[in-house]
Design a binder for this molecule. Structure first.
Ligand code: F6R
Length: 600
């Protein structure tokens, strides 16, 4: 989704454009199709440059780096309201070219507001909801001449979930407003900044403050105040210090973040392993969840796949009844049949996914109390709005495709299941994972690179698995779709013969995932495809029958119910990555996608 960043320095900066570029590079990972920069000088002169396209191209064409000023705002736009074009790119200015603003999220009554404001005499350049934010505030500002007051009034009018940054070019400072989409303040020696994303603040400062929904902040180079959007009352909040490794947001010699993050997994998995073993908190949560009637595991995309895998583990190891649900379907599927004794684990890398926040709203409005968040970003909306928090502990993940966060979520569920089921043996076994991942990634990379060369022109790739290998297959298929644009589809290996087998023709690639205990079932499924001349690729612990029946066999170094699916996912991540590279796609910023989906 869109990313916003605004900064106020104590002095005019000749290199403001370069500073803004530093922040913009950290917003790219959210996904975008337009970019815009504005610099505001000491005298209030506005220098606005924006267009549709990729950041580097626009920056070169419009000479972003030459922008000077004391204050600056940037926005990378992921189109929802209005097609990607210059007029819809942000930041926007009001009719008098006095106010400048940029927003993130969605204003859902945009159409009505454009009609009303046009009737009142406002003129719009495009049809983007960010422009509506600017003119709605302007409408009040024309009467009040007080930006803070106008923002509070606009809050009552602008419907939806959004955050925005706005400055009055004729006054000092800037405002940041939060209603639904994430927003952080960053505090430095000679500046204060605000951004939708912690990673874009970190090159400037480690001191930050998350804003909560219904709050806004007025900030100057050396001061800030946080206030309620309803009442204007001042809110005191302590500053936080970011303790993670900032180099996480650099490629560190790798060509892409995706491959860096895949290869980081043997290290970053230690974060969740230590949390499970050492915190005591995980054990306490495990006890509470064991007592609940049912455990719902709720997430979208990869976070849903981790939840689905988690349900297999909770059943087998924890002997706990759990229901994995896609966030966007939760209300329709289970809304009327919930019980106050149920527990709910909301799983999200970003902690901002709107579909998952909608579930949180639904549950909190109805007084459900056993709510747990399982998020990677401290200070995110889900994190702030839940008291019981499992940390994902993957450090920053920049590439749009989830890799190391998925792994830690899935490992978190192995551990939780072991804690609930009193299975110390499994907790011990998890400590083998860093080494196993290292070996798997090390040994399978060349296989995957070569296989990607063979498969790069395929129209479709099927991935089949049984038990927890099925969510592993779903995750692999999602990665392939996302970063290579090849149609990847996962099926239960047991279900393939019930219809999809009709699609198999000579040479069609089908990937089979196996753990040792399911090998007989997998061999039958392999044969069903083999006799139809499909191309058989197997990822499995060493198994002579599977090897013999496969065109390509990628061996895994370990066999068991919980570990093998996790290792298979690492192989599929590598395959997706190399398919992407061989098809000349940037795997870090695939088309049409965003790292943080803050809209319905
Ligand atoms: C896949 C991917 C998405 C996210 C989904 C949920 O690689 O990244 O499918 O998993 O958008 O995002 P979070 O986990 O942030 O709630």
């Amino acid at each position: 989704m869109c990313g916003i960043f605004g900064i106020v320095y104590s002095e005019e900066k000749n290199n403001l454009g370069e500073c803004l570029m530093k922040a913009a590079r950290r917003l790219v990972y959210r996904g975008y199709d337009s970019a815009g920069f504005v610099g505001i000088s000491e005298e209030g002169k506005i220098d606005l440059r924006k267009d549709a396209g990729k950041l580097d191209k626009i920056a070169k064409k419009l000479k972003f780096q030459e922008i000077k000023g004391k204050r600056g705002i940037i926005q990378l736009r992921w189109a929802t309201f209005g097609i990607p074009k210059k007029e819809n790119a942000q930041p926007h200015v009001d009719c008098k070219k006095r106010l400048v603003s940029a927003h993130n999220g969605n204003v859902v009554n945009t159409g009505e507001l454009i009609r009303e404001l046009t009737f009142k005499g406002h003129s719009f350049m495009g049809d983007n909801d960010g422009e509506v934010v600017c003119h709605t505030v302007e409408d009040f500002f024309n009467v009040d001449h007080n930006l803070g007051k106008s923002i509070m009034k606009a809050y009552r009018i602008l419907r939806g979930d959004y955050s925005y940054i706005i400055a009055d070019s004729k006054e000092k400072g800037m405002f940041a407003v939060k209603k639904g989409s994430s927003l952080f303040l960053g505090i430095g020696k000679d500046f204060t900044c605000a951004s939708s994303d912690l990673p874009s603040i970190l090159p400037f400062t480690k001191r930050y403050i998350p804003l909560y929904d219904g709050e806004f902040a007025e900030f100057h180079s050396s001061s800030y105040k946080i206030m309620s959007l309803e009442t204007g009352e001042r809110i005191e909040r302590e500053e936080l210090i970011y303790k993670g490794d900032i180099s996480q947001a650099e490629k560190g010699g790798f060509p892409h973040f995706m491959i860096k993050e895949i290869k980081e997994q043997p290290r970053t998995v230690n974060g969740i392993i230590s949390y499970l073993n050492d915190s005591g908190e995980a054990l306490e949560y495990g006890k509470q969840i064991r007592k609940s009637r049912k455990a719902f595991l709720i997430g979208s995309g990869s976070s849903y796949h981790a939840s689905l895998m988690g349900s297999y583990f909770l059943n087998r190891i924890g002997r706990k009844f759990s229901i994995p649900v896609v966030s966007g379907e939760f209300k329709e599927l289970f809304g009327n049949t919930l019980n106050k004794r149920d527990s709910f684990i909301l799983v999200s890398q970003s902690g901002e996914t709107k579909d998952t926040i909608n579930v949180l709203n639904y549950l909190q409005e109805r007084g459900f109390e056993n709510l747990y968040s399982f998020v990677n970003i401290p200070g995110s909306t889900l994190y702030l709005r839940t008291k019981k928090r499992f940390p994902v502990m993957s450090e920053l993940e920049i590439s749009v495709a989830a890799t190391k966060t998925f792994l830690n979520q899935a490992v978190g569920f192995v551990g939780l299941s072991a804690l609930i089921g009193g299975r110390n043996d499994i907790l011990k076994e998890i400590s083998l994972l860093p080494g196993l991942l290292e070996e798997t990634i090390g040994k399978s990379e060349v296989f995957c690179e070569n296989l990607a060369e063979e498969l790069k022109s395929s129209l479709s790739i099927y991935i089949l698995g049984y038990g927890p290998n099925h969510p592993a297959a779903l995750e692999g298929a999602l990665k392939i779709k996302e970063v290579s644009y090849i149609h990847g589809e996962a099926y239960y290996s047991t279900e393939f013969k019930h219809g999809p087998l009709a699609l198999i023709e000579e040479g069609n690639p089908v990937i089979f995932l196996s753990s040792r205990e399911d090998s007989e079932k997998i061999i039958s499924a392999i044969n069903e495809v083999r006799v139809r001349k499909g191309k058989i690729i197997s990822i499995s612990p060493e198994n002579s029958s599977i090897r013999l029946n496969s065109d390509v066999f990628i061996p895994l170094p370990y066999e068991n119910y919980t570990m093998t699916p996790l290792l298979s996912v690492a192989v599929l991540q590598l395959l997706a990555y190399y398919l992407s590279v061989k098809r000349d796609i940037d795997p870090d910023t695939p088309r049409n996608l965003s790292k943080t989906i803050t809209v319905d």
